[in-house]
Ligand binder design. Structure first.
Ligand code: DP6
Length: 335
């Protein structure tokens, strides 16, 4: 038995488009920061008395529920990968809890599959390093889970099955950035990322985005290394707009933004004119992630909370990656 904790992450350069759905290989590299307030804790117990896997998910503020259908299937498939690696047939009980509301539209699957990977690997008695754990988390199908494994600021490389892994490019204390999630929509998204990862290639702008990315990845890496918010911020915004433009121009088109998303983007631009160095990015949803330096975090949080279209906010600092909290097998922290 083992318990692991893992953070959600927000991408500065987005993973958008999957070139191999079996191995979960992206078309492009991506860069993110881990979120210290959006965490999933998962316990895995391999039990020879269990006839089948049991998956129980407890979302923040909700009673634990036994997972059914596709949600259960994805967990079982990932346990199968880890059982194959460990050479064991034993079924498992999985218990998972989130520190953030499930309906907040924050990609909970990255935190969920990173925590599941570390807990199941430790419970199975395997000893894998961060590189191998991030590759394994990637293969869960939620590719961004690979970025929730290493600590702080993380880059996930494009490559083949061996070369596509994530690693830390800076520790959390390298630079105190904050990400305030402005929740404007708590409904379940109509089209999942998996479907749109598949359709991205149908956009006439997809290749243009891919052509732009090597230079943008270099620039984001440099801006993080130099702790330069005035350089990083515009790059984050350009990349989010580029990803959503691809999505809006695929066949058939798909839209994640709504009027409230646009209103928050506009507010952030206005605050910037008044000297607040805040920048927006959106994942596969309507909610807006606002990035700023730590010294402006409370001010930005209050400004967002005062907007009538914002239902609530979640304020994050840069956090550590996934780690094992407690294990019956002798496995130590991988970060
Ligand atoms: C827009 O397939 O990794 O967040 O749909 O939550 O499983 P889930 O995520 P994944 O796609 C992530 C897409 C993204 C951009 C990013 O995080 O890089």
């Amino acid at each position: 038995m083992a318990t692991a904790i893992a953070p959600a992450n927000i991408a500065f350069i987005k993973y958008w488009g999957m070139r191999d759905t079996h191995a979960t290989l992206p078309y492009n590299g991506s860069i993110s920061m881990n979120l210290d307030a959006c965490l999933t804790t998962t316990t895995v117990l391999f039990d020879p008395n269990l006839p089948d896997d049991e998956v129980v998910l407890a979302f923040y503020g909700q009673a634990p529920q036994t997972a059914q259908g596709r949600a259960r299937e994805r967990v079982v498939q990932h346990l199968d990968r880890i059982r194959a690696l460990a050479g064991i047939p034993t079924r498992a009980r999985v218990d998972s809890t989130n520190t953030f509301p499930a309906d907040a539209g924050i990609a909970s699957s990255a935190a969920g599959f990173a925590a599941l990977t570390l807990a199941a690997v430790a419970a199975a008695g395997l000893h894998l390093d961060t590189y191998e754990l991030s590759r394994l988390a990637r293969r869960s199908g939620s590719g961004s889970a690979s970025r929730s494994v290493p600590t702080g600021y993380v880059e996930w490389y494009n490559g083949d099955d061996v070369g596509s892994y994530a690693e830390s490019i800076a520790a959390p204390d390298h630079w105190h950035l904050a990400n305030i999630v402005a929740v404007v929509d708590t409904s379940v998204k109509k089209v999942g990322s998996a479907e749109n990862h598949r359709l991205a290639v149908t956009s006439p702008y997809f290749q243009t985005r891919l052509d732009e990315l090597p230079a943008r990845l270099d620039a984001v890496r440099e801006a993080i290394a130099q702790r330069d918010i005035a350089r990083l911020g515009p790059l984050i915004e350009v990349d989010a707009i580029s990803m959503h433009a691809v999505c809006m121009t695929q066949v058939p088109p798909s839209f994640y933004w709504n009027a409230a998303t646009m209103a928050v983007m506009e507010a952030v631009r206005t605050w910037r004119e008044q000297g607040v160095q805040a920048y927006y990015t959106m994942d596969a949803g309507a909610n807006v992630h606002v990035i700023c330096e730590g010294h402006q975090r409370d001010e930005v949080n209050h400004l967002l909370q005062a907007l009538p279209i914002v239902q609530f906010t979640i304020a994050n600092n840069v956090g550590p990656g996934a780690r094992v909290l407690d294990s019956a097998a002798l496995v130590t922290d991988t970060n």
